[in-house]
Design a protein around this ligand. Sequence first.
Ligand SMILES: [Zn+2]
Length: 279
Amino acid sequence: MSRTPLLLLLMAAGLSAQPKRILMITDGEGIAGICRQEQVEPENPELRQMLAAEANAAAEGFFQGGADEVVIWDGHDGSRTLSATNIHDRARLLMGAVSHTGTLERGYSAIAFVGQHAMANVRKAIMGHSFSSLGIQNMKTNGTPVGEIGIWAGLAGERGIPAIFLSGDQAAVDEMKVIVPNAEYVAVKEGLARYTCLTVSSRRAQEMIREGARKSMAKLGQVKPHIVPGPVTIEVEYTTRNSLTADHGTREGTEVVDDRTIRYKGATLAEAWKRYRGR
Ligand SMILES: [Zn+2]
């Protein structure tokens, strides 16, 4: 046997020996059948039921595809939508205020998005926003518009963790395909306008998500981590109602661009993000 196949064999053995751990980030606006503002209230019974069902379908798919561990992070609005009463028996639920360092430093094989929406200012995105509909008008990394998908994929990417799966509306799928072309994607609805959508049934969405999540596990080792090249700037254009405090832009690594916009700088995305979020 030549050296190359032996080396490949050893690498493959090493890869399969590692436990496969998936961090699933959930959100509300990208769930099938969710199309109106009041439906994304964390107390909304329809949202709670359909989000849990989609998250569980994804978890089941990841386990079928060989995952050893699935952590479901309740990422929607204050982490109040999912409940331990009805999550997948083999999954664990991550609840509460979570910082990217506190989450990602636990080490995962991949991250995945379920129920994800697109960034702010995208016309055909259903309730698209970047972290806050009320507080943030626009967000950019290195001058390019970015939303939750790009930030999370980038923060994970800096730690060598790829994003292998996304389910959500078509606009969210299109957004992530730009930065991760070969992940596995499931569009459960199409946005015709911000509050107008064409959706599949919740049950059909669960089938599609289970299948997509299962298939995405075969892409571990193929999908490259998404890296935002450093040094990194994060520009946050706040809304008029979210007026800046007096010390905004005075801290290290921050700069006032205009009366509603602050630029946060860092050698890496994580450093710039920490300066923006403070954690
Ligand atoms: Zn969100």
